[in-house]
Design a binder for this molecule. Structure first.
Ligand code: BV8
Length: 229
């Protein structure tokens, strides 16, 4: 069975109505990364950060998986390939699209974390700074999201899978944020063939063996049909 590692970013959820980060109408147009996506920003104004993620949690809940999410699930369920999706996305559209083997390297909107005792639980729709941790009762609740300057989740597992892969595919990501943006180089160094599927060339496009550009709902199902012959 061919082992395929697929990195996804905000672009795969764009056609589900979820805003990307760096587009002209992207999230970073309205919010300073420092204010809403860093531990320092959270300590400075936890209310602002909770409101930012409460709005994204509502947007993700109102969205539906698209043909690109479903195509990746079909490739996994077909069973002839060992498929691992490593997503930078904090929405749950891969799982709702039918993918089972998914790593959220930057966390999830559906998770809550106590920054005092480390306890994790399912996030309510709305979170606020005064919410007590169900374990230690301290008002230390934060979204279970990896912010800038923080260590992404399951990195050892991801690097092991990358090095052992038969193919690395990157979908809907601009290649600006590390360590994810370095995966194509890591895969290349391990002799793994690499393919980019993105609306436009990403910052790391030149590092890929092959690149196909277009909307994810068109180019991802076409690639999966090829893989399934
Ligand atoms: C860390 C959660 C130590 C929050 C996120 C090396 C060099 C320089 C800097 C660094 C470096 N190493 C580390 C850094 C610092 C930093 C970093 O990379 N800074 C950047 C800005 C320079 N990285 C970190 O702090 C990371 N932590 O490094 O810890 C370490 C190091 C090594 C090993 C272990 C530990 C933590 C970063 C995680 C931060 N959290 N998200 C939230 O979601 O709110 S990052 C967030 O931004 C996303 O998760 C994602 O990762 C990134 C956004 O990127 P994309 O998803 O690609 O979205 P974008 O809008 O940019 O692009 C969309 C793309 O889709 C475009 O290309 C577009 O063309 C395409 N597209 C659009 N529509 C479609 C489409 N494609 C197809 N179809 C469409 N319809």
């Amino acid at each position: 069975m061919a082992k395929i590692v697929i990195l996804t970013g905000a672009g795969i959820s764009a056609e589900s109505g979820i805003r990307t980060f760096r587009a002209s109408d992207g999230l970073w147009e309205e919010h300073r990364i420092e204010d809403v996506a860093t531990p320092e920003g959270f300590m400075a104004d936890p209310g602002l950060v909770h409101r930012f993620y409460n709005a994204r949690r509502a947007a993700a809940a109102a969205a539906a998986p698209n043909a690109a999410h479903r195509a990746l699930a079909e490739l996994e369920q077909d069973g002839r390939h060992e498929v691992l999706v490593v997503t930078q996305n904090v929405d749950d559209l891969h799982e709702r699209g039918g993918s089972a083997n998914v790593i959220h390297m930057h966390g999830t909107l559906t998770g809550a974390l106590c920054h005092s005792c480390g306890h994790r639980w399912s996030a309510p729709a709305e979170m606020a700074p005064r919410d007590p941790c169900p374990a230690c009762q301290k008002p230390a609740t934060r979204p279970d999201i990896v912010w800038f300057g923080e260590m992404p989740y399951q990195m050892e597992e991801i690097w092991t899978a990358l090095r052992a892969a038969d193919l690395f595919v990157s979908i809907g990501t601009s290649g600006n944020v590390y360590p994810a943006a370095g995966f194509v180089a890591d895969a290349g160094h391990a002799g793994v063939p690499t393919l980019e599927l993105n609306l436009e060339p990403s910052a790391g496009s030149r590092y890929f063996d092959e690149a196909r550009h277009g909307p994810a709902t068109a180019i991802v199902p076409a690639w999966v049909r090829e893989m399934l012959g």
